[in-house]
Design a protein around this ligand. Structure first.
Ligand code: FAD
Length: 393
């Protein structure tokens, strides 16, 4: 395996590092405090070609490998977690499913929206009564002639109310028969589709987490991305989501790297008992262990990205077990690294005057959103024993 970056990959990192210093970091606290979506960062990233990076050239994408998008996300997250999440949702998430399984018309429409208009597609899976146990979801799409009638509620949907494109997981019903879980596109503003509660989240507050409500929402059959077909539809949707897991892991990794860098710089300057903090061996070891955790997380994520396999329509997404391993390990390790970095600052780290407390609130999310750590470990256990247990999807 060759871990050397190409010149192009180095240039992605350099460009985003520069943007991070000049544009993302200075306003990261602002988005958090004002619960405001960083549109200006999204448009800058779109102008520079960092949205839909892996999309085929025929849709105006760059057909870059998944690892290039991962590098962009990881780099942005050092400066602003919310901005890095924009990159996840405009490169992975609902996009993976639509680009792999959607119709030509859907692919063209969604690609145009992301690459030209800067839409950030949302993915609506979780319901108040069905999170980890997603197969218990209750939202129904009942076939009615050439349409589907949607009824149900989703919650904690990232970007709900902002995203024009929404990929909704629902139970497909035809002639009274439950055909299984599938995915259907519903645009913001569609009659019968409204927004409810916006969550008062602990971190990553620049992106709303919103309730989506469907009441007799009539959607044409042309909007179906994945049909309910026993367990097959659900399996496809879950596989399509693997890119999101690798992307989310990269945000956690970038937050860890960003906090770690700040701590190292601080430890050379801050003195205690006449010596810089960096000269205390106990603290050196904490930083060395953090470095090892960051390196291990990076290897797992890069492995998942580089081993991405072909889905239909030339879409490349990671394997389930590799993306689950990356997410389970990274989200936990990154939380520890950010927490220990904050510790180096003492009371200064606990203050909102510095970014550490925000980074700690932000990084905590990745052990929950996009599938909890326990859910990821269940997937790995399934792969270890090569069989499915009752506690997994
Ligand atoms: C910031 C944020 C953004 C999100 N964005 C989205 C989004 O865009 N779209 C979307 O659809 N959802 C989104 N979610 C929802 C997220 O995917 C769910 O919160 C997550 O899947 C867990 O579901 P739950 O909250 O219902 O917890 P539960 O499923 O109720 O789990 C509670 C606890 O029990 C554990 N547990 C449950 N089952 C098992 C088991 N079988 N074995 C071991 N432990 C188990 C869980 O790990 C967890 O610790 C988001 C959540 C957050 C916090």
């Amino acid at each position: 395996m060759d871990f050397r970056l190409t010149d192009e990959q180095k240039s992605i990192i350099e460009t985003i590092d520069k943007l991070g210093v000049d544009q993302f970091a200075p306003k990261a606290a602002y988005w958090d405090e004002n619960h405001e979506y960083p549109w200006e960062n999204l448009h800058k990233l779109r102008e520079l070609g960092y949205l839909g990076m892996t999309m085929p050239k025929k849709y105006n994408g760059q057909e870059r490998p998944l690892i290039d998008a991962i590098l962009a996300i990881e780099t942005a997250a050092k400066y602003c977690g919310v901005t890095a999440r924009i990159l996840v949702e405009t490169n992975m998430g609902a996009l993976g499913c639509v680009m792999a399984y959607g119709t030509e018309e859907q692919r063209e429409q969604v690609a145009h929206r992301v690459l030209v208009e800067g839409d950030k597609p949302a993915i609506g899976m979780t319901e108040p009564e069905a999170g980890t146990a997603l197969t218990d979801l209750r939202t129904k799409a009942v076939k009615d002639g050439d349409s589907y009638i949607l009824n149900g509620t989703k919650h904690w949907i990232t970007g709900g109310g902002i995203s024009v494109t929404n990929l909704i997981f629902a139970r497909f019903i035809e002639n009274g028969k439950d055909l299984g879980i599938g995915g259907i596109l519903v645009d913001k503003g569609h009659p019968g589709f409204t927004f409810g509660k916006v969550e008062r989240a602990m971190g990553l507050r620049g992106i709303p987490e919103t309730e989506l409500i469907f009441e007799d929402c009539v959607v044409p059959k042309e909007n179906v991305v994945v049909q309910g077909e026993g367990n097959e539809g659900f399996k496809k949707l879950m596989y399509g989501y693997n890119g999101q897991r690798a992307g989310a892991s990269s945000v956690a990794l970038g937050l860890a790297q960003g906090a770690h860098n700040l701590a190292i710089e601080w430890m050379e300057k801050r003195e205690a008992f006449g010596r810089p903090l960096s000269e205390y061996q106990g603290l050196q070891w904490m930083m060395a262990e953090a470095e090892i955790k960051i390196a291990a997380a990076r290897l797992l994520i890069y492995q998942a990205a580089c081993n991405a396999r072909d889905l239909p329509n030339n879409v490349k997404l990671p394997h389930m077990d590799e993306s689950s391993m990356a997410k389970a390990y990274t989200s936990h390790a990154a939380f520890e690294v950010v927490s220990e970095s904050l510790q180096m600052f003492g009371a200064y780290g606990y203050s909102q005057d510095l970014p550490l407390e925000r980074m700690l609130r932000d990084v905590r999310m990745f052990q929950i959103g996009g599938g909890t750590t326990q859910a990821q470990i269940n997937m790995v256990a399934r792969s270890v024993f090569k069989r499915k247990f009752k506690n997994t999807k």
